[in-house]
Design a protein around this ligand. Structure first.
Ligand SMILES: [Zn+2]
Length: 248
């Protein structure tokens, strides 16, 4: 059966790399790697602050997990070879299973349930997963401040990102905004997993990637950042008119 044309659109924000928390029982494992936890390898610097700002300004829900990606990588699938990091990949199977049950599956299930709940109401979900990336990786300077990651074969995502890039360039002309940069939107991740469950008319999954160089001066952009949204969301005329969900 084809999905029903949605009656309205609901925005949902998530942050998979919000923090670098390591639960007490795993802390001894991290003693030799304490320095790593504070870097981009431990979490996405500034991403939580940005996601909270957006959630506040837009009046939409934000779902986060603050467990360090060095314990388990919340934005990788169960089969991915980097699901566990150099710190945890050598753990016994049973312990890994416990980490998945306690610190990986709850976030994914919560996000999936939130999408499903809205789809069941025949709403279209715009899910923005907020991330940040390191300005220099392996000696390569990244050539953008903002990346919008999406699946180019999904018309809803392509249209949304085109509109958002255009309005970002107007609101924040000093930023370089690039599509599917510094990663491909179709690569393994939470949005990619959700696309398999939900059709284009039901679900738009975007990863917003912001250069960590922006973390400190971010406050400067707060108000103008907000102005990019109504345009990106169609100015009230497109099917993704901005709506908050007081009842969810
Ligand atoms: Zn991330």
């Amino acid at each position: 059966m084809l999905p029903v044309e949605p009656t309205r659109t609901s925005i949902l924000l998530t942050c998979e790399h919000a923090g670098n928390t390591v639960p007490p029982q795993y802390r001894p494992l991290f003693e030799p790697h304490a320095g790593l936890l504070a870097t981009h390898r431990g979490y996405d610097l500034g991403a939580l602050h940005l996601a909270q700002t957006m959630a506040e300004q837009l009046g939409v829900p934000l779902l986060t997990t603050d467990i360090s990606r060095l314990l388990v990588e919340a934005n990788r699938s169960l089969h991915h070879r980097h699901l566990f990091s150099i710190v945890t990949r050598g753990l016994p199977r049973q312990q890994k299973e416990q980490i998945l049950q306690e610190h990986y599956l709850p976030h994914r299930q919560m996000v999936t349930a939130a999408v499903q709940e809205r789809v069941d109401r025949q709403w279209r979900v715009v899910h923005v997963a907020v991330h940040s990336f390191t300005p220099v990786l392996e000696g390569q300077v990244r050539g953008a401040e903002v990346g919008l990651l999406y699946d180019p074969t999904r018309p809803g995502e392509a249209g949304f990102c085109r509109a958002w890039r255009g309005s970002l360039e107007v609101a924040l002309p000093e930023l370089r905004v690039r599509m599917n940069y510094p990663y491909r939107g179709k690569a393994d991740g939470l949005t990619t997993a959700l696309r398999r469950q939900f059709a284009d008319v039901q679900y738009i999954g975007i990863e917003l990637e912001v250069n960590q160089r922006m973390v400190t001066p971010w406050d400067r952009f707060r108000s103008r950042w907000k102005t990019s949204w109504p345009v990106a969301t169609g100015g009230g005329t497109e099917p993704w008119t901005l709506d908050s969900d007081p009842d969810l």
